[in-house]
Design a protein around this ligand. Sequence first.
Ligand code: PBG
Length: 348
Amino acid sequence: MVSRRDAVFSAQHTPLPAPTRQMLDLPQRPRRNRKSAALRGLCRETRLSTESLIYPLFIHDGERDEEIASMPGCRRWSLPGLTTEVAEAAALGLRSVVLFPATDERLKTPGAEESYNDDGLVQRAIRAIKAATPEVTVITDVALDPYNSDGHDGLVAADGRILNDESVEVLCQQALSQARAGADIVAPSDMMDGRVAAIREALDDDGFDEVSILAYTAKYASAYYGPFRGALDSAPKAGDKKTYQMDPANSREALREAALDADEGADMLMVKPAGPYLDIVALLAAEFDLPIAAYQVSGEYLMIQSAAAAGWIDREKVVLESLLGIHRAGASAVLTYFAKEAAGWLQR
Ligand code: PBG
């Protein structure tokens, strides 16, 4: 009895021969290197490790930790909450954190003086972390936007222009104040011209020659930062950041910025955002001998969070793949809001 399906099949096709050992004479069979977990392990070129992750943390001067509406899954930490969170992260093997302050509106001024208050929120947070977990490397953001009543990374002139050289002077004060509080690495994210050289000189003159500079070298004017500005209430009051942050259309401009930062004494170069700019990560990694960091920013974080919350993707797998991709492109350090969770997953 021949089934209908077999009848149709044999009417149209001659039957396939039984499998033989050498059907095709292929000189190369790449699948051989993928045939078992053991072989895949031997062939793996990149490994994600907790050591390469940097954990960005938002802080505020409140009594309690608050959920951040624009960034579900992230909190604005009180100082006690912060030290506990950092200690937990350290127990999972995380070694580096970067701090972002939500400044009280009443402390924001056109001159951003609060940025170099030695008793300011970030300065107190650095001291609290260093007292509780001295082994953790503390990185600080050098930029005026959380302190500036105009919401820009630099000082704003009456006509709306962002003042470069005047801003650099304030950024130097800010970096010095962070260094005095115990910061290990200062990370200028402001994109003013000449700030790396000026900050290096200011630090060295005050005896902080061991404080490193992680330069936000290729920081693009990106829509992916939107949720972050919600977290800090730091969006520009007028205009946008396109006269200082880079045009997303450009990659050769990143080479120019990197050459300047390297020349000015940066210890590491950063690319930001990370995922949509992997070509820039790879370019800088190929062209420069400084270590490359990349920042998986708030919008990248939320795209994964929201797709996972809808049940559309496997959260853990996508997070780890996104971080591996950034690492593979050439970043030895990755800033990610998933750092603590990823550290937990990597430990298993
Ligand atoms: C501030 C700063 C920003 C981010 C890091 N530092 C925002 C901006 O430049 O407007 C964005 C980080 C993120 O989106 O996760 N200079």
